[in-house]
Design a protein around this ligand. Sequence first.
Ligand code: ARG
Length: 594
Amino acid sequence: MASVTSLSASLQQRVSAALAAAVPSADGADPLLRRSDRADFQANGVLGLAKRAKANPRELAAAVLAELPADGPEGLIGEIEVSGPGFLNISVTDRAITGNLALRAADDRLGVPFAEHPGITVIDYAQPNVAKEMHVGHLRSSVIGDAIVRILRFNGEKVIPRHHIGDWGTQFGMLVQYLMEHPAELESTPRAADSAEAGEASMSRLDRLYKSARTLFDSDEEFKDRSRKRLVQLQAGDEETLRIWQWLVDESLIYFHSVYDKLDIEIEDENVVGESGYNDMLVETSDLLEKSGVAVRSDGALCVFFDDIKGKDGEPVPLIVRKSDGGFGYPATDLSAVRDRTQNLHATTLLYVVDARQALHFRMVFETARRAGWLTDDVAVKHIPFGTVLGKDGKPFKTRAGESVKLEDLLDEAVERATAVVREKDVKGELTDAEIAERGAEVGIGAVKYADLSTSLGRDYVFDLDRMVSLNGDTSVYIQYSYARIRSIFRRAGDAKPVPHPELPLAPAERALGLLLDEFAETLDSTVETYEPHKLAAYLFAVASAFATFYEQCPVLKAESPAEVENRLFLCDLTARTLRQGLTLLGIHTPERL
Ligand code: ARG
């Protein structure tokens, strides 16, 4: 495993050194090197420097150029010139491109370095609610969270997932009481070999239960009263009450796992630490806040106030740590979770992949934790928001009957459509039914994940299956096809092997593809820095598009010389490996044939 310095990073060093030599006061200045349409790269940093030094930018650029002549065909810099008001246009040599790619290809991490100082990230994602159907919002949290976990782990970070499921709160008094009065309902769903079947059975059981309990609760005052008392028993840790509550949680987990299986996302039970997991800390959390004066009594409740957080009426909106009836809610649980994650799990970074609509809640929780000293400057904390999933009409996604759409129905439909696409593509009938079904699932689930991951964080997106499984456009299917196409080239290649030939001149489409492939590590780096998987998604789409142009313009197996065939196969191979690694990090499969 050897990390590889990208061409742009090497150039960056060279240009910085030349800047410092030409203008000694510019030592350490950023040359602002960017990819460019006019040359491979453009350095714009001279402009700002000239402005500060009150110098003529073109003259200054010429002075830098004098320190940085082209290297000739054996070196890095092929051509360099001053352009426009004082830019430097720089092109690298073909030899440097192929040579650098050869170094990447020789490394099983494609030259991507590990983080220099890995930390411990606790990431809160995939947090559905017990005894309730999962909805599309839970899909987004799971898909984005899973991709971030994969990307961070690849980077060398220690990652601890926390699935903060909604398994505590007033409705559990009602549910447990109902079950105690109707013990026949307490029959567990057997864990079937087919997880989808078991999941469906447990969800319909829970759904029936929820509805019956609710009806009784709304119509029968005495039952309501017994439910309230049951809630107190639950919070006090009464054994029998807890046993039945646990049954509800276990039954829900069967259902959650079935959906995650379908989504091809791995969730480990030891990381499922729901709201109930912090129950023992709540009193202490609120006492600590009260004693330190961070929280104060207001109308009987224990509250934290913020100068800059006010409601529409101008009145301050507090974070309620403890309600006036002595009960605890969502904020107290999250505050306790911060303590647990920083003090017991020793997190250096806390991430929360949660609906953008909870932004204010997290702002208040983080600020409170800071005031209490549970979050220090040594710990980075970030809410990673996602927007709402919309229907084609631009309104929050609903069924025709106006109900929120069941996650599983969506996934099933995506797989169905993708299977049709795979079957249609298989004109020669080479695939067996089982293969078509397997690929249909890989393509369909991949398409749903990709549509989500290619959307910038916090933005709403339209759930449009037709677009998602399309072969054209910015879809995972398009990227998966590029991968499969390359695999098929190799099946036809006979004895020809991928071998880099740095001595060969490159066609424009080869250069464009090569320069992109060299950017993989940098793309991952910026994806990690901002926790934005869409940067990786956009990169993979760009690689697949550059490959399409290359494939159109540069014959591979019919290239002019055996060396050129080998060099193009080499580019194909590195493209396939980059696409495969990239999609894997997004949680998406790359079938060998499509
Ligand atoms: N269960 C919550 C919901 O469905 C999400 C939990 C988010 N995580 C947290 N630590 N508050 O909206």
